[in-house]
Design a protein around this ligand. Structure first.
Ligand code: SF4
Length: 198
């Protein structure tokens, strides 16, 4: 039965997905800009079932949130707090490493590490945190930092995104989480603030 998407711009992409044709950069942009979440999910599931049938994979992870202090104020967020908020927290390196060990078992395969955009924690601090985790848990995959955190660290360190990613990778990051819907917000805020200050 033919499938009709609400976002008609995705229809040609569906044809490619069904035919197993590699998608183009423009297809990626069209999907990024679309809010037709059901269409996107439908196409993703077609590929998933083609590759893996009805088998589903999952991992056993532990979440580490080194700080909830954040300079941004995303409307969607129930996590970030301003530095002066008495309920805000920032872990020391030792606390991060200790938190990683809480509830530890050999079944844990990943640490999922995300936090706020802290105005003072440096890229070096995060690299030290990552190295410490790798030393203590060498077999655990480190999935760390949404793109908005990477962008903010790059901006504060005054180096490129590429170099920031390289330094995080060298320190132990194995992959980045898929989150970061706030990235667009942050980019808009940065553009607005640099327009005001220039
Ligand atoms: S950047 Fe992340 S932690 Fe900060 S306010 Fe936005 S969603 Fe919350």
């Amino acid at each position: 039965m033919p499938v009709d998407f609400e976002d008609r711009r995705l229809q040609p992409i569906l044809e490619k997905v069904e035919a197993g044709v590699r998608l183009s950069y423009d297809d990626g942009i069209a999907m990024y800009r679309s809010s037709d979440i059901l269409a996107l999910g439908y196409m993703a599931n077609l590929v998933r079932e083609r590759l893996h049938g009805s088998t589903t994979y999952f991992n056993v992870n532990r979440h580490i949130n080194p700080t909830d202090v954040c300079v941004a104020s995303c409307r969607l967020c129930a996590f970030g707090k301003k530095a002066k908020d008495p309920k805000a927290y920032t872990m020391s390196l030792e606390q991060v490493w200790e938190t990683a060990g809480i509830g530890w078992s050999e079944a844990v395969t990943e640490f999922h590490i995300v936090g706020g955009l802290h105005p003072e924690l440096t890229l070096d601090w995060y690299c030290q945190m990552l190295r410490g985790l790798k030393e203590r848990f060498p077999q655990v995959h480190l999935k760390a930092f949404t793109m908005v955190e990477v962008g903010y660290l790059a901006q504060r360190t005054k180096i490129s995104i590429r170099e920031t990613l390289q330094r995080l990778k060298d320190a132990g990051v194995d992959s980045l989480p898929g989150g970061g819907a706030e990235t667009r917000f942050f980019a808009t805020e940065c553009a607005a603030s640099s327009a005001t200050t220039n």
